[in-house]
Design a protein around this ligand. Structure first.
Ligand code: ZN
Length: 202
């Protein structure tokens, strides 16, 4: 499979193609909001491909990008089998990653607030405010939310389709008796920068 750097190039290139196409489509309906719509869709496409990549299902370069928060994706990595429907399908997988991230962020905040509460520190109910803000956005700006979700789906799809093309291309070459020397099946499994096997996070 293409490695993380190749997937990044694919994400940026498809994002660059999506921008003018989206602008033309949106400008036909509401020119005033076309630029915001493009920023929303292309921004979500890039975030999805680079930070929320389907390869979060393995210990890869992707979770390293989350810095100290990389452990948020550990349960996801343990639960989700690599390159199956759960992480590499076109529609379901990116939406699952969004829901997973939202749930984890809520859990961490509620857990942290509870722990601080035990020591007498009261924190604001930011988890309720964030949820209310999201639902408010869905009610008052459904078009922008739709564009964000669409971009989030296309960002993930660009990765999945590239994976499929490499797998399919290899099979096609095999039909003609040609064999690629490398084992590309594990190509996207990259050793982490951190030596986690010796760490406590594993
Ligand atoms: Zn992949």
């Amino acid at each position: 499979m293409p490695n993380a750097a190749t997937h990044d190039v694919i994400t940026v290139a498809t994002g660059a193609l999506l921008a003018p196409a989206t602008y033309l489509l949106l400008a036909a309906g509401d020119p005033a909001r076309a630029s915001t719509g493009v920023a929303m869709l292309v921004g979500a496409h890039l975030i999805s491909g680079i930070l929320f990549s389907p390869d979060l299902d393995i210990d890869s370069a992707i979770d390293d990008r989350w810095g100290v928060l990389f452990w948020i994706w550990r349960p996801y990595m343990w639960l989700i089998p690599h390159r199956r429907f759960w992480s590499h399908s076109l529609l379901f997988a990116p939406l699952l990653r969004l829901i997973y991230f939202y749930s984890m962020a809520m859990l961490i905040y509620i857990g942290g607030a509870w722990l601080l509460g035990r020591t007498g520190v009261v924190v604001p109910d930011l988890h309720l405010q964030a949820s209310a803000w999201i639902f408010d956005l869905m009610r008052h700006n459904p078009d922008m939310v739709r564009l964000f979700l669409l971009g989030f789906i296309t960002g993930s799809a660009a990765h999945t389709i590239a994976d499929w093309l490499v797998t399919g291309g290899k099979r096609y070459l095999n039909l003609f008796g040609l064999r690629l020397k490398g084992n590309y099946r594990e190509h996207d499994r990259q050793p982490s920068r951190r030596n986690r096997s010796a760490g406590a996070w594993r």
